[in-house]
Design a protein around this ligand. Sequence first.
Ligand SMILES: [Ca+2]
Ligand SMILES: [Ca+2]
Ligand SMILES: [Ca+2]
Ligand SMILES: [Ca+2]
Length: 405
Amino acid sequence: MNLMSVVTAFSLGMAVTAAAVAGEVSLPVDCLPDHVADWQAAAPDPDLRFGAGQLPGIVLGPPGPSSASTGATSVASLGNGGSATLVFDDLVIEDGPGPDFIIFENAFFVGAPPADELSDFFIFAEPATVEVSMDGVTWTAFSFDAAALAATAGSLVDRDLFARLRGLAGVTPTFTGNWTVPDDPQVWDAAGTGGVSGAGGDAFDLADVGLSEARFVRVTDAGSANGPAGAGEGFDLDSVVVLHGRPLPTAGADTDGDGLSDLAEQNLYGTVAGDMDSDGDGVDDGRELAGCRDPSSSAVTPWVGPEPRLVALGESCTGFRWTYPGGGRTAGLLRGLVSAASPLAAMVDLGVITCLAADLTINTWSCDGDAPPVGEAFFYLVVLNGGGLGWSSGLLPRAAAGSCP
Ligand SMILES: [Ca+2]
Ligand SMILES: [Ca+2]
Ligand SMILES: [Ca+2]
Ligand SMILES: [Ca+2]
């Protein structure tokens, strides 16, 4: 079978913005990592660890839903001492005011979260050390209290210990909420859950390590080995979310200099190609996309652009995996013939397509064994449900419901 091995897909209908047609090679910008450069789950059986069958997409999407007392399951487990390196292909994390990115594991309060500032609490945590890099070669580590880390081994984290674990990931409980609001473990947030702001997670500030920018984030399980042995032991990575970032320079024409090409602004984001701050809130369109904000709205709710990345596994297709879209969001998988797709203005008409699966809540699918005609090739696309992005074959806006056109 002659498969395209990797397809980067936008959310789309029967037509898609035509990066290739226009000679534009820049990637759509969002605030989440784009690929896993290195995944070193601990022995034995790294491929059998929790979530391994959903990699890489499961750790490239937004944090999954959870309660403060349970922890998310949209994770992949590293095991004791395992490490993961995530890369941003479309942006650079920048040092802005306060924390610049948040790492989500699935730490949780044991029992109910504390009701007030004075209540005792206990957290089940599987800490990891954190490093950042601009080039993937030279790394800078966030510092932490080694004695405090050692105290987490084999035990729960109480109030006093929690306050000493700054600089480590996998410590602050996570839960469904605004995952773009960083928590400060030193501050009780009365509006939060158990005093924790946003959706929890551990926030990191590039200024703390004297850096102004980074493109790589590496987490390494700190070896506390404080959970039950098995497939889920060690640090469980859910998500890395950028709060301050800027798009990498685009190869396409960028009239307003916001880092987004004119084509992408007009056809993908719906922003104004001649105005670097389409919604007039003081943050340019590119930085809004790189910081989980809707460039067309001043709202401070999380917003992720349409960038589900699809990977076809194996030379002869053993399966598909794509970026986890977040809780409550579904996707469909469609297929067409490369020879049937044709340029259409700034778009590509995909031709007749086959919907292989619709409204999927998972980020994996199997191959159906179909092969393209001799000398031809299939393309595959994953389509997010409810995005309202892309266009139908009549160049009408795609309906916001249904994940297969
Ligand atoms: Ca900062
Ligand atoms: Ca622009
Ligand atoms: Ca613009
Ligand atoms: Ca703006």
